[in-house]
Ligand binder design. Structure first.
Ligand SMILES: Nc1nc2c(ncn2[C@@H]2O[C@H](COP(=O)(O)OP(=O)(O)OP(=O)(O)O)[C@@H](O)[C@H]2O)c(=O)[nH]1
Ligand SMILES: [Mg+2]
Length: 330
């Protein structure tokens, strides 16, 4: 999910940009006032008023930009909500956002107060002192947001990793690490995902599309590998796969690597298949045997796995005839 914002700055980084830019824009105004022979005192008053107004405006804009960059969590579907919560804590996000809104309003309020004070100040020294103390207040209010800025910068990076899931027909690929899920995503769609011979290559949910006449007709979701263990023992990466299965899958292709080149036994993989079937009773789950290019005797394996219905493919070689009917592409 791409957010319309670059790196979220700390208070110091922000003020280091904003304050010089205010001075730069003031320089021209001051020159004009000098030309018009406006008195020194009036010039100072106007400059200090402008400094307060500009700082208020720029900080307000910057804080609003941060708030608006993130999607409204309440509007997101359960898949995104749970995925975000598994990475970050939505509660903490909401607290940071509301602190920013509070600060933005506080600065506006202070700004009014300090503008009045500058306007009624009698001498140049007072005007400058008042403006400086406004700057000081703003700076310390922003400093109090530094932890939130750091947290939201981390959040921004996590949001960027969120997959862009569409509301179309969807199949989800699942199974143990290294069984060839990502290879199948690649064989089915035009995506160029990372494929490696070590487990847990895929750490995020990846989305690809099968197209027909350039139109996306099927969404294929690749998930990180999961191990057969109780839900509470699963790590955050595995949980992403479970969330995709729960919220996105209409059909699940459960991949098995019977050649053991994935590093896990057939028994372990079948146990996971059974657990997944138990958790997602209402979903259609198909048992897909991958790496069939390495299997010498398909028939005896097929018989050994009976009564389970099996589909044999080779993702690497693009031999996908067995599963083509499951994709309903015609
Ligand atoms: N011989 C053969 N090797 C395959 C096949 N499909 C995948 N592989 C190999 O198996 C290894 C793992 O493939 P991936 O597609 O990364 O497996 P994965 O299930 O996505 O793995 P994780 O992301 O770690 O869970 C790679 O070395 C692939 O080249 C196949 O059909 N035949
Ligand atoms: Mg993978």
């Amino acid at each position: 999910m791409e957010l319309m914002i670059g790196k979220i700055k700390t208070s110091k980084e922000l003020l280091d940009i904003v304050l010089p830019s205010i001075e730069k824009s003031l320089r021209i105004r001051i020159q004009k006032m000098k030309k018009k022979r406006i008195s020194f005192e009036k010039r100072v008053k106007e400059s200090e008023v402008l400094r307060i107004q500009e700082l208020t405006k720029k900080i307000n804009e910057e804080l609003m930009r941060i708030i608006k960059a993130f999607p409204d969590i309440n509007e997101l579907n359960d898949f995104y909500k749970e995925l975000i919560d598994s990475m970050l804590s939505i509660h903490e996000l909401k607290i940071s956002w509301s602190k920013i809104v509070w600060t933005k309003n506080k600065i506006k309020q202070l700004s009014k107060h300090y503008l009045k004070k500058v306007s009624s100040a009698e001498n140049v020294k007072d005007m400058m002192r008042i403006r400086k103390s406004f700057y000081g207040r703003v700076s310390s209010l922003l400093k109090e947001l530094d932890n939130d800025f750091v947290f939201l910068e981390k959040a921004r990076k996590e949001f960027k990793k969120l997959p862009s899931v569409k509301q179309i027909r969807t199949i989800v690929l699942a199974g143990y690490p290294n069984v060839g899920k990502t290879s199948l995503l690649k064989a089915l769609t035009r995506s160029e995902p990372e494929i490696n011979s070590y487990p847990f290559t895929t750490k995020e949910i990846k989305v690809g599309f099968v197209r027909k006449n350039k139109k996306r007709v099927l969404q294929v979701i690749d998930t990180p590998g999961i191990l057969d263990r109780p839900l509470e023992k699963r790590n955050k990466i595995e949980l992403k796969a479970i969330l995709a299965l729960r919220h996105l899958a209409e059909k699940i292709l459960f991949l098995i690597d019977p050649t053991l080149s994935c590093g896990y036994s057939l028994e372990e993989q079948l146990n996971l298949y059974k657990s997944i079937k138990k958790i997602f009773k209402e979903k259609e789950i198909f048992l897909v045997i991958n790496k069939s290019d390495l299997i010498k005797d398909k028939d005896s394996l097929k018989n050994a796995l009976k009564p389970l219905k099996t589909y044999f493919i080779s993702a690497r070689k693009g031999e996908l005839n067995d599963i083509k009917p499951l994709l309903d592409l015609d």
